[in-house]
Write a protein that binds this ligand. Structure first.
Ligand code: HEM
Ligand SMILES: *[C@@H]1O[C@H](CO)[C@@H](O)[C@H](O)[C@H]1NC(C)=O
Ligand SMILES: *[C@@H]1O[C@H](CO)[C@@H](O)[C@H](O)[C@H]1NC(C)=O
Ligand SMILES: *[C@@H]1O[C@H](CO)[C@@H](O)[C@H](O)[C@H]1NC(C)=O
Ligand SMILES: *[C@@H]1O[C@H](CO)[C@@H](O)[C@H](O)[C@H]1NC(C)=O
Length: 317
């Protein structure tokens, strides 16, 4: 039997939960440093102009940050005796890139803001958005006010960043552990409409899979031998510098590059979403924006938690 006081307490805790869950805000830097966001955009645009792939690499950094103990820039910390750097986790080692661009952005915002007020975690979130826009994709309002972690955890990175060898149930479970559903999984996997993958991540599929277009497999085998050439690159879709729906069109033709890509269209529960995104590119844009905002809300540090790093690679003294 719920007493009045009990109901009161419930409302109190629910609203406390709500304020924690929604404490990020699009206007966070509007007064503290109105030039912060335009500055990030300028540096991202310059970097993408110099090398189109950088847009993909920056988007992926935000993903690999958020999936490991929340969006707190833990993946930017270099190894030290006390920092268990995530940079050598399986998914990141010799793979994650764009750290120099993040350094450039950090230097530029600290300069324009007259001090370190913008967190590295927020820089990753904004750079991801600006990268997608620079490559022709949708825009969204980035929620801000994240703070930076003082720790990193390589073990957790190995556990929580999904592997390209996962089947659909494993992928669904991996995303569910982050509070993300099947639609988030399919929409966010659409991030593979840009960028490249190394031979070692798709060799198994192009030589052994049965759910692959044989012509496509042969094309990929040309630059990814059975042995050696581990770091040779292939585009994740036919237009790796354009944020479009070619990734989904490809899945329907069994031309997904990674096992985890084709798993999304393999005779199971997510097939219909892939189909929808091939038919209605606007639906992909809308869902991608919604899901990446949701991803950006994973366990942020706020208020007086964590810190604003002076250097994104190091915890402040
Ligand atoms: C669903 C599970 C996912 C798996 C298993 C996965 C796996 C991978 C792998 C293996 C690569 C190639 C890395 C390399 O060879 O160096 C890659 C690249 C990439 N991933 Fe994912 N990924 C997933 C989801 C996502 C999400 C949610 C995003 C962002 C929204 C994303 C964005 C990217 C981008 C943009 C690249 C290209 C990076 C570059 O060219 O530097 N991925 N992913
Ligand atoms: C990371 O890659 C380097 C080669 O660049 C290798 O020497 C090292 O053992 C790898 N680290 C891990 C943890 O796999
Ligand atoms: C890192 O993550 C693992 C796996 O969740 C956990 O067991 C471990 O305690 C974490 N390490 C630190 C220092 O928090
Ligand atoms: C795709 O479907 C086939 C047939 O049901 C199954 O054997 C295979 O494991 C599936 N692959 C993935 C990656 O889900
Ligand atoms: C293909 O599958 C066979 C049998 O499972 C395995 O021995 C071989 O290493 C696989 N090849 C590649 C390139 O993954």
């Amino acid at each position: 039997m719920a007493s009045r006081a009990h109901i009161f307490l419930q409302i109190f805790f629910l609203s406390a939960l709500a304020t924690t869950a929604f404490s990020l805000s699009p206007d966070y830097y509007a007064n503290i440093c109105p030039e912060a966001l335009p500055t990030i955009k300028k540096v991202v645009e310059a970097a993408v102009y110099k090398e189109r792939r950088m847009g993909a690499s920056l988007l992926r950094l935000h993903f690999h940050d958020c999936f490991v103990n929340g969006c707190d820039a833990s993946n930017l910390l270099d190894p030290t005796p006390t920092i268990d750097s995530e940079k050598t986790a399986v998914a990141n080692n010799n793979s994650a890139r764009g750290f120099e661009v993040i350094d450039q952005i950090k230097a530029a915002v600290d300069e324009v803001c007259g001090g370190p007020v913008v967190s590295c975690a927020d820089i990753l979130a904004v750079a991801a958005r600006d990268s997608v826009v620079a490559l022709g994709g949708p825009s969204w309002e980035v929620l801000l006010g994240r703070r930076d972690s003082t720790t990193a955890n390589r073990t957790l990175a190995n556990l929580d960043i999904p592997s390209p060898f996962m089947d659909l149930p494993a992928l669904i479970n991996n995303f569910k552990n982050q509070g993300l559903n099947e639609k988030d999984l399919v929409a966010l996997s659409g991030g593979h409409t840009i960028g490249f993958a190394q031979c070692r991540t798709f060799r198994q599929r192009i030589y052994n899979a049965s759910n692959i277009d044989p012509v496509f497999a042969e094309e990929r085998q040309a630059t990814c031998p059975r042995t050696g050439g581990d770091t040779n690159l292939s585009p994740l879709d036919p237009t790796p510098a354009l944020f479009d729906t070619a990734y989904f069109n490809n899945l329907v033709k069994q031309r997904g590059l990674l096992i985890s890509d084709q798993a999304l269209f393999n005779g199971s529960s997510t097939d219909y979403l892939v189909k929808i995104y091939t038919l209605y590119p606007e639906a992909f844009w809308y869902d991608f924006a919604r899901s990446i905002i949701k991803m950006g809300n994973i366990k942020p540090l706020t208020g007086n938690q964590g810190q604003i790093r002076l250097n994104c690679r190091m915890v402040n003294y």
